[in-house]
Design a protein around this ligand. Structure first.
Ligand SMILES: [Zn+2]
Length: 243
């Protein structure tokens, strides 16, 4: 599943279609996608894992879910969910969720919750965390209302980076660790972005999918944890459990 930084990469890659008119539409989406024909894209936006194609008075929301993908100026063999053709190229989306948003995205999205956004607000994140003291940190990081854009890889790497055990309770974290959690959720996301652009992301994983802790040289624990039961990798020796 693409995490926030991957959506930022997509947003950069499609800038050639900004202010361009859609001349042809196809795809197996059940929505009335033909309404997009003849429309001009005003902007592309992202909110965490949501990719938004904006028009004058509505927007298309793409969510890649688990298996979604896209191609720019090329096609996959499988049929697309949504294809937009312009006079300078085309944009194809596969196995993703497509929805129309009939209002201005500014009215429904809290940009300050997006860890990649220039409007990211760490004080807001802190307030939301303080309101959920019993929540465990591996759930907190995946909560899109607090850390929009953070996915499972970022979760595992951030907790390893700050030496915090994934089952720690938010309310039990010392204030320095709470601050580190908030700061590194954003910092790691930007590292992820750079590494992903250079095709070296996996090489930089320290704990995610690893068998041995690089700090302690002992086996890494792999457990399905939290409300969403996601794969969690951690070291029981150097990641402290606060409970
Ligand atoms: Zn360790």
């Amino acid at each position: 599943m693409p995490e926030g930084p991957s959506i930022v990469i997509l947003k950069d890659a499609v800038q050639q279609f900004r202010k361009k008119k859609i001349i042809e539409v196809s795809g197996n989406s059940k929505l009335d996608i033909q309404r997009l024909k003849g429309k001009t894209i005003t902007d592309f936006k992202s909110w965490g894992k949501h990719f938004l194609i904006c028009f004058k008075d509505f927007a298309v929301r793409i969510h890649f879910m688990l298996f979604g993908s896209y191609r720019i100026n090329e096609r996959k063999e499988t049929s697309s969910r949504l294809t937009l053709v312009f006079n300078n190229g085309e944009l194809n989306f596969y196995t993703c969720s497509v929805q129309f948003i009939e209002v201005n995205p500014d009215n429904i999205y809290d940009w300050s919750a997006d860890v990649m956004s220039t409007e990211w607000n760490p004080a807001n994140a802190k307030k939301k965390l303080k309101a959920n003291p019993a929540m465990i940190v591996c759930d907190a990081l995946l909560d899109q209302n607090i850390f929009s854009g953070v996915g499972n890889i970022i979760k595992n790497e951030v907790l390893f980076r700050i030496y915090v055990h994934p089952a720690s309770k938010v309310g039990e974290l010392p204030s320095s660790k709470l601050k580190a959690l908030i700061d590194e959720a954003r910092n790691y996301s930007f590292d992820f972005l750079e590494w992903k652009k250079q095709f070296v992301l996996k090489k930089h994983w320290l704990i995610h999918t690893k068998k041995t802790c690089p700090r302690c040289n002992i086996p890494v624990v792999k457990k399905y944890m939290g409300k969403t039961n996601r794969r969690t990798f951690f070291c029981e020796n150097c990641q402290v459990l606060y409970e």
